[in-house]
Design a protein around this ligand. Structure first.
Ligand SMILES: [Zn+2]
Length: 140
């Protein structure tokens, strides 16, 4: 990610301060102002473009991507067009996703039943982790 600067005092001494509606929240150490990455203007970090397109290819809907990343579904649709992304058609195995902090992720991984008969992808999302999981190998 590119260095983040405080929109109020332009200091780069900012620290992560949780996630709100899927948006990374920051706190400025110089002036204590709280802000999210969305407030930095129209130039959304490439990091989120890549994440959004990843989710799109995995079969996650525009509305769901909006909810997960806090990025307008219109932006996501524009990126899909701009980068000419094609998701596989007739995608039968829609993924489920969960968002964990690190301790929750470790706990999730310790249970064999959560890993068995499925494939998954762990991706960093702000200061949390998202687990995308496919259960295509599960016997129904
Ligand atoms: Zn500041």
């Amino acid at each position: 990610m590119q260095p983040i600067a405080c929109p109020k005092c332009d200091s780069s001494k900012v620290v992560k301060s949780g996630i709100i509606n899927g948006r990374q929240r920051f706190r400025c150490k110089s002036c204590s102002y709280h802000f999210t990455v969305q407030k930095l203007g129209k130039a959304i970090d490439k990091y989120y473009v890549v994440k959004a397109l990843q989710l799109y290819i995995e079969g996650v809907s525009y509305r769901e991507i909006e909810r997960i990343l806090g990025i307008s579904h219109v932006s996501v649709m524009n990126w899909v067009r701009q980068y000419r992304i094609k998701a596989p058609e007739n995608y039968d195995y829609r993924p489920t996703y969960k968002i964990f902090n690190h301790a929750e992720l470790v706990n999730f991984m310790t249970k064999n039943s959560n890993l068995k008969d499925s494939s998954m992808l762990v991706t960093e999302l702000g200061d949390k982790y998202m687990v995308i999981q496919w259960e295509r190998f599960k016997h129904r």
